[in-house]
Ligand binder design. Structure first.
Ligand code: PLP
Length: 375
């Protein structure tokens, strides 16, 4: 039985063209970018070129891209980097942030930082009135996810930035654009953000590499990892050259394919959902519009997500439940709970996420297997 992967929001396969770009940096061009000899120069040139490409893709400057070991680390740097340096005492986040923002905010509460978690609508959209009401003199940073990883909801980041800056231009706006990057325009100027998180392994690049965009006009941040001063002093440690090169290649490929891929994947997702509803009329979609074209989160009445996951896996279909991209945890999803769904729905929800290698044939085969052995 051929396995079908419908969990692209958890991670994506490395595109062959990305792998090809990375390979020489493991075996032939293995110098340390910090070394002054030719091997080092070759490595730093690759890092520089990659930084340039990533910067260009989001309308940023070369020196505004900080490569990190993951998007989780980038989110930590965004929140902790300023809290430490500015003695900030209030940050505002949405209730549907990825754990790497929410848990970091919770952790900062232990350091006397006040944290306000802004609720969302039943579709997952941040309540802008409540966000506005949470802003005050003490607020230093607002962090709202661009596209939610479990339900796909797209938040109005440009509008949020405008609102926050109108209240006080000194308040920093951060967005986690990890899931958004494949499908949405992530130009930092248009979004009006000061900080933005990206990740390679959600866009057909390698795992273990992320980036934080940091507006060069911001006050100095404090590094989380200190040492040799790499990444403009914000992230010490020898640069992961193959991963950085792979990240940039993945970014380049996405930048060329965004529109077409959004259309193709969106049509497949809509077809899948319309057929799935025929098979299981009681199934309901979690989250709403505007949403990413590749994510479909569905609750199946009278089922348990754990049982469904096992059935899907036995049928050769990889999907996920709740916040499975963060941990092997069976905890009910904080995102689905934030939508106000009843607990039965939260506990019976499955996320299907499509991607670059999902074909119509695979979707039809998935539907057949669902009829045959799942529902
Ligand atoms: N932010 C979002 C929206 C995600 O979907 C993920 C993925 O798990 C992360 C952050 C964390 O990314 P990473 O695995 O690179 O730490």
């Amino acid at each position: 039985m051929k396995r079908i992967y419908l969990d692209y929001a958890a991670s994506t396969p490395v595109d062959k063209r990305v792998l090809e770009a990375m390979q020489p940096y493991f075996t032939e061009k293995y110098g340390n970018p910090g070394s002054l000899h030719a091997f080092g120069q070759e490595a730093i040139a690759a890092v520089d070129k990659s930084r340039e490409k990533v910067a260009e893709s989001i309308g940023a400057k070369f020196e505004e891209i900080i490569f990190t070991g993951s998007a989780t680390e980038a989110n930590n740097l965004a929140l902790r980097g300023f809290v430490k340096s500015n003695e900030v005492n209030k940050i505002v986040v949405s209730a549907v942030e990825h754990e790497s923002v929410l848990k970091t905010a919770q952790d900062l509460e232990e350091e006397n930082v006040e944290v306000v978690v802004v609720p969302v609508s039943k579709d997952g959209l941040v309540d802008l009135e409540k966000l506005k009401a949470a802003l005050d003199r003490k607020t230093a940073l607002v962090s709202v996810i661009y596209a939610q990883n479990e339900i796909g909801t797209i938040e109005p980041i440009a509008e949020i930035s405008k609102m926050v800056k109108a209240f006080n231009p000194e308040i920093l706006v951060h967005t986690d654009a990890v899931q958004a990057f494949q499908y949405l325009d992530c130009d930092v100027g248009k979004l009006g953000v000061d900080l933005m998180t990206l990740s390679a392994h959600k866009i057909y690049g390698p795992k273990g590499i992320g980036a934080l965009y940091v507006n060069s006009r911001l006050p100095a941040m404090r590094a989380l990892i200190t040492g040799g001063g790499q990444e403009f002093g914000l992230r010490s440690g020898t640069e992961n050259v193959p991963n950085i090169v792979g990240f940039a290649k993945a970014v380049e490929l996405v930048s060329h394919s965004r529109e077409l891929e959004s259309k193709r994947v969106g049509e497949l997702r809509d077809y899948f959902w319309s057929e799935l509803k025929k098979i299981h009329p009681g199934a309901g979609q979690n989250g709403g519009e505007p949403g990413l074209p590749n994510i479909l989160n569905v609750h199946f009445p009278d089922s348990r997500a754990e049982d469904l996951l096992i059935k899907f896996d036995k049928a050769g279909i990889a999907v996920s439940s709740g916040s499975a991209c963060s941990a092997r945890s069976a905890e009910p999803s904080h995102v689905l709970q934030a939508l106000g769904l009843p607990m039965e729905a939260v506990k019976s929800s499955i996320r299907f996420s499509l991607g670059r290698f999902t074909s119509e044939r695979e979707i039809k085969e998935t539907l057949e297997r669902i009829i045959r052995s799942i529902i």
